[in-house]
Design a protein around this ligand. Structure first.
Ligand code: PEP
Ligand code: MN
Length: 353
């Protein structure tokens, strides 16, 4: 019987980044099972590494260790697959759950190959987001699997890579997983705080954020001796530390039946709906003003952009951000969207005779 990934909430997957040795795999997985907080054990068997010469996983030799871990713990096992050979070996060993890694989701040739190798399977397959913040590429990978009749699909949010340093190894950009949840509401979605954080510091915060955004569970990397791990050492935690994180996460209810709750929420939601309408009415009026400016510029043969003027607008609004209780980043994002729309309007006007 294939594992039911939809009905278990929270679904907790944990295990080492990589299966390194039989001893490390079994010790880690038995310790994790002993915490009583794990539903599925994970380990990477083939590791996609940035540079050649890094530890690239043990390969098929690790599969019997995982089968043994399943026998000893009674827990299902999940591994990453990235090509036909991986899928064939995983199915041959009866691996219970598979995931498609971020680098594979990034490449349509690879997702197509994996989808075809998995054709018709009811083994659960979780699709990680691609490396870049490309929602359509993520949806596309899911569609390729659906077209190959892969029946039991889910998603994993593991953050998006960016250039330069940040407090995250991969930026969460929560709006992207929230949008894919809206587009594919029938798919359960897990969060992978380990690959988002790249360290141990914010694992709990990211996991709690996911729980508060109605994710179905988490995947966390755990190793019996994290500092000596052969891959992703900085982000792995001991089974005990893993259990502490899981125990702290609050999985709150998605609704409450209390009448007081219902009536205050209803009132506040109607305030929000009214304000949203006002915001968009105002934006429409702002665009009308931009259209009129566009006509004057066209008639006077003046170009659309006056950089100095735009910098003044941004500076003026940024100066008010703190007093308004808004982050600078938010103010920038909103202004950028408004600016792009104004330019699109004025471009259209320039082309009108
Ligand atoms: C992993 O889960 O170990 C892994 C390689 O993750 P990602 O594809 O998210 O980088
Ligand atoms: Mn890893």
């Amino acid at each position: 019987m294939a594992l039911d990934i939809k009905s278990r909430k929270p679904l907790i997957i944990a295990g080492p980044c990589s299966a390194e040795t039989r001893e490390q795999t079994l010790s880690t997985m038995r310790a994790l099972a002993a915490t009583g907080r794990v539903n599925v054990l994970r380990a990477g068997v083939w590791k996609p590494r940035t540079k050649p010469g890094m530890f690239e996983g043990v390969g098929v030799e690790a599969l019997p260790w995982l089968v043994e871990a399943r026998e000893r713990t009674g827990l299902p096992i999940a591994i990453e697959v990235a090509n036909t050979r991986h899928v064939e070996s995983a199915l041959e060993y009866g691996i219970d759950m598979l995931w498609i890694g971020a680098r594979t989701t990034s490449n349509p040739f690879s997702t197509q190959e994996v989808a075809e190798a998995l054709r018709g399977t009811d083994t659960p397959v979780l699709v990680k987001n691609p490396m870049s913040a490309d929602l359509e590429l993520w949806v596309g990978a899911v569609e390729r699997l659906q077209k190959c009749d892969v029946k039991n699909l889910g998603l994993i949010h593991r953050g998006f890579s960016g250039y330069g340093s940040s407090e995250y190894r991969n930026m969460p950009m929560w709006h992207i997983p929230l949008e894919i949840k809206r587009r594919l509401p029938e798919l359960p979605i897990l969060c992978d705080p380990s690959h988002i954080c790249g360290n141990r510091v914010h694992l709990f915060d990211v996991a709690q954020q996911a729980a508060d955004l109605d994710f179905n569970g988490v995947m966390l990397e755990s190793h019996y001796s994290p500092d000596t791990a052969w891959s992703d050492a900085a982000q792995q935690v001991t089974p005990d530390a893993f259990a502490e994180i899981i125990d702290r996460i609050q999985w709150r209810a998605s609704e409450s039946q209390s009448l007081a709750y219902q009536s205050s929420i209803d009132e506040l939601r109607s305030t929000i709906d009214r304000l949203d309408k006002e915001i968009f009415d105002l934006l429409a009026r702002r665009m009308e003003a931009a259209d009129s400016i566009g006509r004057i510029k066209r008639d006077n043969n003046v170009m659309i952009l006056q950089s100095g003027r735009w910098s003044d607008v941004v500076e003026r609004m940024q100066a008010r951000a703190t007093a308004l209780g808004l982050s600078h980043e938010f103010v920038n994002t909103v202004l950028e969207a408004i600016h792009i729309e104004s330019i699109t309007h004025q471009n259209r006007i320039m082309r009108e005779e």
